[in-house]
Design a protein around this ligand. Structure first.
Ligand code: KDG
Ligand code: MG
Length: 402
């Protein structure tokens, strides 16, 4: 069997998604998510202009070899654009392998380690009472874990506090919007938020919070120590993570569990964080971290160092990525939690899928392969729309350091 076609499909059913579709000489098809929020067309070009021509004639069964060929062969290693493109190829080849074997992909990864994948959703609100109402909505839906974010008094907009409920879309069309930030005000409101959530919902619910890289290590240590009494499940992205050793300082000052990794694209972004046990959850994803093959490698390294998984699953990761993530989540021994923000109805129609939510858990599809498809005719009805993630500035107008 050989690869006979590889094409890139860009569609925007509510937001932009890039998908790679590979076809084999036996007529088997596989798909992979290649969406990089705000930089979608860079990955589409990387695939179309540089990778698709190399795939034609290759054996689709050689997943590892193809991964190494694209990673090493490019000479220019790593980076979000390259690794998202490689992820799309890798995911599509796992989909094909599952279909050829007649098995869901998780069976090829060693089979089930658990009955379902515990997920969390985002409870957002401008005010604390609004957040509490959103938490109640998730609790009513059976969720065991909820991420809480509220507006910071005195700031016009706070990143991560979405306008939508159940979806999460920070990107905006045309030019990026610009928001301002005050660490002092933020550090005052978050403990109040946690206190209110614990007061109303008790301690059985897992409560998560995303800092979106906005603090320094010592500020993050202070926030963590203030939140310890409210037993946070994790504090996410406390600081920008280019300087991995900076996390040592956070560890010295708090026992709050730390999660990081949604912007990571390679094992080298988290090697020190994992090896020195500076984090508790690794949030790298299939689409941005080199596909199932590379993410499995990261998860295995993490398993050796008491680090559990907590993959990114915001709305900008397509149902193709979510399907692939669930096959890994259900199989790996050190699974922690999976983020799950729902897609719009239009997106679900373009990407029919077999995974489903029930009682706090997601369940991967039992169909051979990943159990997700793309309706190309429908996809063609939603042309690409330029969109950017917002920019953040401090009160004095300087760019925030994250
Ligand atoms: O594209 C960026 C979003 O996916 C990101 O802001 C989401 O921080 C995020 C999260 O934890 O879901
Ligand atoms: Mg995040």
């Amino acid at each position: 069997m050989k690869i006979t076609d590889a094409k890139v499909i860009v569609t925007s059913p509510g937001r932009n998604f890039v998908t790679l579709k590979i076809t084999t000489s036996d007529g088997v098809t596989g798909i992979g998510d290649a969406t990089l929020n705000g930089r979608e067309l860079a990955v589409a070009s990387y695939l179309r202009d540089h990778v698709c021509p190399l795939l034609i004639g290759r054996d689709p069964a050689r997943i590892e070899d193809t991964w190494q060929y694209l990673y090493r062969g490019a000479y220019w290693r790593r980076g979000p654009v390259t690794m998202t493109a490689i992820a799309a190829v890798d995911t599509a080849l796992w989909d094909i392998k599952g279909k050829v074997a007649g098995l869901p992909v998780y069976q090829l990864l060693g089979g089930r380690s658990r009955d379902g994948v515990t997920v969390y959703g985002h409870a957002n609100g401008e005010t604390i009472p609004e957040v509490l109402d959103e938490v109640a909505r998730y609790v009513d839906l059976g969720y065991r874990a909820v991420r809480v974010q509220c507006g910071v008094p005195g700031l016009d907009a706070t990143y991560g506090v979405g306008k939508d409920k159940m979806f999460y879309e920070p990107a905006e069309t045309n030019r990026p919007s610009e928001a301002t930030w005050s660490t002092e005000r933020y550090l005052r409101v978050v403990p109040e938020l946690f206190a209110a959530v614990r007061d109303r919902f008790g301690y059985d619910l897992h409560v998560l919070h995303d800092i979106h890289h906005r603090l320094t290590p010592i500020e993050a240590g202070r926030l963590g120590s203030m939140l310890e009494e409210y037993a946070p499940f994790w504090l996410e992205d406390p600081v920008p993570a280019e300087l991995q050793e900076g996390f040592r300082l956070i560890r010295q000052h708090t026992r709050a569990p730390i999660a990081v990794g949604e912007v990571f694209n390679s094992i080298w972004d988290c090697e020190q964080l994992i090896r020195e046990q500076l984090i508790d959850y690794i949030r790298a994803t299939v689409v941005h971290a080199g596909g199932i093959t590379h993410l499995r490698r990261i998860f295995d390294l993490a398993a050796l160092h008491h680090v559990r998984t907590g993959s990114h699953g915001a709305t900008d990761l397509s149902p193709v990525c979510m399907s692939a993530a669930l096959h890994l989540d259900i199989a790996v021994p050190n699974f922690g939690i999976q983020e799950y923000m729902r897609h719009t109805e239009a997106t679900d129609e373009v990407f029919p899928h077999g995974y489903h939510y029930a009682d706090g858990y997601l369940h991967p599809s039992e169909e051979p392969g990943l159990g997700v498809d793309i309706d190309e005719k429908l996809a063609a009805r939603y042309p690409y729309e330029p969109a950017y993630l917002p920019v953040n500035r401090l009160m004095d107008g300087s760019m925030h350091h994250w």
